[in-house]
Ligand binder design. Structure first.
Ligand SMILES: Nc1ncnc2c1ncn2[C@@H]1O[C@H](COP(=O)(O)OP(=O)(O)OP(=O)(O)O)[C@@H](O)[C@H]1O
Ligand SMILES: [Mg+2]
Length: 339
């Protein structure tokens, strides 16, 4: 099996109909074998970027270079090297899952016997064996999604573009999908470019992540680098009584950047939770108040997403950034399903 290839975007711009500035100068490089995540709110320009990179859409300006080939110069050569799985369904509902796969393989010039072998392998891997010979239109949403993924992989691409591949899959389906992608990557070093709204997924699976908003990349780095940008940990200290107020006692500890108090709970943003906690417990106790409980929270990608896409990170009680991101995801999923 071949090694993965690289993906390069150089100042990519897409203006639809002379007015909608969907992508405004996006640049990045994905080395062979990397899983690169592309995150951003609805309408940020993710699908437009994937389309330009995968020879589906001509950029207004800038260059897309895939596996060393400039996409505009030789789109057909690029298409042979890549697999693309789009947001919307592409499999033919009036064919069975197996037929969809065998026909797709034939389109890539793969022999009939080899096509049959690959179809069977993918059907097994995507856990579609029971439904393989039923018409695809009778599949559930998740089964159809898995079939789409299988179709995109049938020619064993070196580079895979995935536009929200796990949208609508249940947790088991998502886990199964990712373990299959990991396996493929380990076997042949496939490069993967993936857009997703599931931040936990991006955090666990992507080596690097770019967040795009209003057509521009606002931040790019490893998940750890991105989380470090949000700055520090959040430590919540619960005291055994409301008086005395220990806000100033906590504020005096090095590395503390902000404190919010609600009754006996102090929510402290600090550079490093581990070094802060023992100092805080010592100071609070010395001030004559007992410590009833301590929690330390590292920032998640949700915080990064909210911070860098211009949404406010609320410090007060109520739904956490994570809760809100999950809610947003659900609303989006429901909306997408209805469409
Ligand atoms: N064919 C088109 N004609 C005109 N405008 C378009 C077209 N396709 C997309 N747009 C606009 O370009 C912008 C970026 O759209 P795009 O589909 O790339 O966003 P996205 O990040 O993939 O969003 P989502 O998370 O909803 O999939 C949006 O404002 C969208 O309305
Ligand atoms: Mg999209």
């Amino acid at each position: 099996m071949p090694e993965g290839g690289s993906i390069v975007a150089k100042e990519l711009v897409k203006v639809y109909g002379g007015k909608v500035r969907a992508v405004e100068g996006v640049s990045f490089e994905v080395p062979p074998g990397e899983i690169f995540g592309f995150l951003g709110p609805n309408g940020a320009g993710k699908t437009t970027t994937v389309s330009m990179l995968s020879a589906g859409l001509r950029p207004t300006s800038g260059q897309a270079i895939v596996d060393g080939i400039e996409v505009g110069r030789d789109p057909e050569a690029v298409k042979r090297r890549i697999g693309v799985i789009f947001q919307e369904a592409t499999a033919d509902g009036d064919l069975s899952g197996r037929e969809n796969l065998e026909i797709a393989a034939g389109c890539y010039g793969i022999s009939r016997s080899e096509s049959r072998l690959r179809a069977k392998e993918l059907i097994d891997q995507m856990q579609l064996a029971d439904a393989a010979d039923r018409l695809a239109k009778t599949y559930s949403g998740g089964m159809r999604r898995r079939l789409e993924l299988a179709v995109g992989l049938v020619h064993r691409p070196r580079i895979l573009f995935l536009d929200e591949p796990t949208l609508g899959l249940d947790p088991q389906g998502r886990a199964g999908f990712w373990s299959f992608i990991q396996k493929l990557r380990q076997e042949n070093g496939m490069t993967v470019f993936v857009t997703t709204h599931y931040l936990d997924e991006a955090d666990g699976m992507c080596e690097r992540i770019a967040i795009i908003d209003h057509g521009k990349i606002v931040i790019l780095g490893t998940p750890t680098e991105l989380k470090d940008k949000v700055g520090g940990d959040v430590v919540t200290i619960k005291t055994s009584s409301e008086t005395p107020d220990v806000t100033n006692v906590l504020k005096a500890i090095p590395g503390v950047s902000s404190i919010q108090r609600k009754e006996t709970a102090y929510r402290v943003k600090c550079a490093n939770g581990e070094t802060f906690v023992p100092l805080a417990v010592g100071s609070v106790t010395k001030a004559g108040v007992g410590v009833a409980g301590v929690t330390v929270k590292r920032p998640s990608l949700d915080e990064v997403f909210l911070e860098f896409t211009g949404r406010e990170f609320r410090e007060e009680e109520g739904p956490t950034a994570t809760d809100r991101a999950v809610m947003m995801g659900r609303v989006r999923d429901n909306f997408a399903r209805r469409r």
